[in-house]
Ligand binder design. Structure first.
Ligand SMILES: [Zn+2]
Length: 58
């Protein structure tokens, strides 16, 4: 799995250990916006639907 790195200096995503734009240091712990958000959003929708269902049944 490819680790996306994140430049704290110019907030650019890169795969290298140094940023191509500013040659600053990058970190692995990038704010993940791609994969996780999608699954979390799905869960939230599911939970919301279920809670609405249980409310309407009562
Ligand atoms: Zn940079």
């Amino acid at each position: 799995m490819i680790r996306i790195r994140y430049c704290t200096n110019c907030k650019a995503y890169t795969l290298g250990e140094t940023c191509k734009k500013c040659s600053g240091k990058t970190i692995i712990n990038a704010p993940v916006k791609y994969t996780k958000d999608e699954t979390i959003a799905k869960y939230r929708r599911e939970i919301k639907r279920k809670s609405l269902d249980s409310i309407s049944k009562v």
